[in-house]
Design a protein around this ligand. Structure first.
Ligand code: GDP
Length: 315
């Protein structure tokens, strides 16, 4: 039985990934900050606060999993400006501890562990070219992006040193499991509440930012394909289609049946971000060619699934 270890197992991506691996017959272990958190049934939970504790290496050595998926991170660009130090620890230093543990096991000639790092389009900052691919210049513009860029570089260094480590450069990926700190869920939850008369207005920052939004379960599938591929490598995972925040708002309100949405929208300068890229667009043709991965769910379906979920929560 293949054994996997997932960090960040209680998050959006961790939960979809755990479900996928369990369905494939894996033995799934997950790291969680506190065992009181909701962990997917069937996952063996290990309590570890990655922010404070350096025991992740010992856990890896004890379990010797066949595959490690590192999804634990401070996940919001906005919050990384409030907590640059914690961002450096979770999104950077922890990755170094994990890769060092994997290399020690590799050098001993024990289990050949395949390590998959959840990287981010934010490593490209304000991208040097469009669309971005695996060769696009890495030049982050936020503490989040900088820490992810460091981890991305580490993965390359450990791969060159013989470790089977891959970095998967994920573009934004959404689902009803997204928290409202992300713009998509903030919008769908507000559209649902406004349609029921439970909220008056929706306040947002940059409406013109264009993002390449995909469906989170498709991205969990990409992580598994990366781990199962015999050769470790870096892959951009994206839809190759961009939409503006305004497009997302329009689609969400339409789905929720709110016609006068432009009157409900407020723009607040306090929600604007430093270093926010105007456009992110990924070219996932390498993943398509090598992993056979293509996105299965389109923008309108993602918006509909999220709005419908938020409407159902109010019923
Ligand atoms: P992230 O970029 O991966 O952190 O994902 P977000 O969903 O938080 O942000 C996506 C885009 O939406 C960014 O360009 C934000 O600047 C923009 N945005 C505009 N208004 C808001 C808002 O009210 N909240 C958030 N989170 N993002 C906003």
């Amino acid at each position: 039985m293949t054994r996997a270890l997932i960090t960040g197992v209680t998050g959006q991506d961790g939960s979809y990934l755990a479900e996928l691996l369990l369905a494939q017959g894996y033995e799934v272990h997950g790291v969680t900050r506190d065992v009181g958190e909701l962990v997917t049934p069937g996952v063996v939970a290990h309590e570890l606060d990655l922010a404070a504790d350096s025991a992740i290496g010992e856990l890896i050595d004890e379990l010797q999993p066949n595959e490690i998926y590192n999804l634990a991170a401070l996940s919001s660009v906005y919050q990384s400006w409030q907590n640059p130090n914690l961002t450096a620890r979770l999104n950077g230093a922890v990755v170094a501890e994990m890769l060092a543990a994997v290399k020690t096991i590799h050098d001993r000639g024990d289990t050949e562990i395949r390590f998959v790092q959840a990287s981010s389009a934010e490593i490209f900052g304000v991208p040097a070219e469009s669309p971005q691919n695996e060769s696009t210049a890495v030049r982050p513009t936020s503490p989040y992006g900088a820490a992810k860029a460091y981890a991305h570089g580490l993965v390359g260094a450990y791969r060159a040193a013989g470790v089977a480590a891959s970095s998967v450069i994920l573009y934004n990926h959404e689902s009803p499991r997204r928290p409202e700190t992300f713009v998509t869920r903030k919008i769908t939850a507000a559209a649902a509440r406004i349609s029921r008369g439970l909220q008056e207005t929706l306040e947002l920052g940059n409406l013109d930012a264009r993002r390449d939004w995909g469906w989170a379960p498709d991205y969990a599938d990409a992580l598994v394909r990366t781990a199962q591929h015999p050769h470790a490598d870096d892959f951009v995972i994206a839809t190759g289609v961009s939409h503006s925040v305004r497009d997302f708002v329009a689609a969400a309100f339409e789905r929720a049946g709110v016609d006068d949405w432009s009157e409900r929208l407020r723009v607040s300068d306090s929600l604007l971000r430093t270093g926010d890229a105007a456009l992110q667009l990924g070219d996932a043709s390498k993943a398509q060619r090598i992993l056979g991965w293509t996105p299965q769910v389109e923008f309108d379906e993602i918006v509909a699934a999220m709005v419908d979920h938020d409407l159902a929560l109010l019923s």
